[in-house]
Design a protein around this ligand. Structure first.
Ligand SMILES: NC(=O)c1ccc[n+]([C@@H]2O[C@H](COP(=O)([O-])OP(=O)(O)OC[C@H]3O[C@@H](n4cnc5c(N)ncnc54)[C@H](OP(=O)(O)O)[C@@H]3O)[C@@H](O)[C@H]2O)c1
Length: 303
């Protein structure tokens, strides 16, 4: 079997590619960075540029499933220009793939796309399932809505579309987790705001397994990609500190301070989403890391 992956060179993509290789699946991938385009055993890279519409159509040869992860990072200062890039990198890349499939004979039957729990309004009380529809209009929720719409168009080609709404990915190799660790390691960890905001996390290994599960079970529709037990930000920090045997005595950092430093993107640290992944569990997916404590112990163990 052959799978085409976009964003394969990123944090989540690398872990998914490893899982695909473990199953003997050949990977084609599209990269916007010419220096990352390589060919190795079981892997072939292709250059693409969603802005100019450039893509090598041979990337589709023999491909049955597309895993679509490409998108500019949201963890950069949200200037109005960069905000455009966050949206366009997702929408233009989906549109280019769509045009490619529409105009070239292919065997693609399923597209599995990354999405994000940022689509759900920030709330300390609500518990979110996939059928929640009262979306509020914030920058992040608008990004996710446009992103999901851009992948929904593939259904018009008779392709199954599966969207995984990803929560806070815990990986020691990148993303938010190493940034959370740093100040705690230095003994300078501080709870952000009230600390009551819900963080729906997922261990990167479970997330990569979930993409493969969606492929093997030919899932379509929306699925939340979060572990079964979300925690508050305060509990997350105190659990990390306990495992690292570090004190957490610095007073809470008020929201306005981070707003001053980070600008609008400070919402990434204060938004609260308590999300459930019951739907994918009912399909038979099981998590290796259901409890934060065991996920943290795995990530923080010395290799
Ligand atoms: N990590 C999380 O906690 C998290 C949570 C929710 C959702 N997600 C979403 O899941 C996806 C993968 O996340 P990740 O953490 O693996 O992200 P990542 O490490 O930043 O990787 C994303 C990849 O997208 C490609 N890319 C970057 N800018 C692009 C652009 N302007 N146009 C097209 N492609 C571009 C890059 O690959 P090339 O350089 O090879 O083109 C990059 O390796 C992202 O869309 C992200 O928003 C992540």
């Amino acid at each position: 079997m052959k799978v085409l992956v976009t964003g394969a060179t990123g944090l989540i993509g690398k872990e998914i590619v490893k899982n695909l290789h473990d199953r003997g699946i050949v990977v084609h991938y599209l990269s916007t960075s010419p220096e990352k385009v390589k060919t190795k055993t079981n892997t072939k890279g292709f250059y693409w540029n969603p802005e100019t519409g450039e893509v090598d159509e041979t990337c589709l040869n023999g491909v049955e499933v597309i895993i679509h992860l490409a998108g500019a990072s949201i963890a950069h200062r949200w200037t109005s220009k960069y905000k455009e890039e966050i949206v366009e990198s997702r929408v233009l890349s989906s549109n280019l793939l769509f045009q490619l499939l529409k105009t070239h004979p292919n065997q693609v039957r399923q597209l599995i796309s990354a999405s994000a729990i940022g689509i759900y309004p920030s709330s300390l009380e609500r518990i979110y399932q996939e059928d929640f529809t009262s979306i509020e209009h914030t920058f992040l929720s608008n990004v996710v809505v446009k992103w999901e719409e851009s992948v929904e168009q593939f259904t018009r080609l008779g392709i199954k579309v599966c969207k995984l709404r990803i929560g806070l990915v815990l990986s020691k190799k990148g993303g938010a987790f190493p940034q959370l660790l740093k100040p705690i390691r230095w003994g300078m960890g501080s709870v952000l705001g009230s600390g009551k905001q819900w963080q729906s996390w997922i261990h990167i290994k479970d997330l990569a397994r979930m993409f493969v599960f969606a492929l093997e079970h030919e899932l379509d529709g929306v699925y939340n990609a979060v572990a079964p037990q979300p925690v508050t930000h305060r509990d997350l920090l105190f659990s990390i500190a306990r495992i690292l045997q570090k004190p957490l005595f610095v007073p809470n950092t008020p929201k306005w301070v981070l707003k001053l430093i980070l600008g609008e993107m400070h919402v990434l640290l204060f938004d609260s989403q308590k999300v459930q992944a019951t739907k994918i569990r009912e399909k038979g997916f099981y998590f290796k890391y259901t409890q934060l404590e065991e996920a943290l112990r795995n990530l923080l163990k010395k290799d």
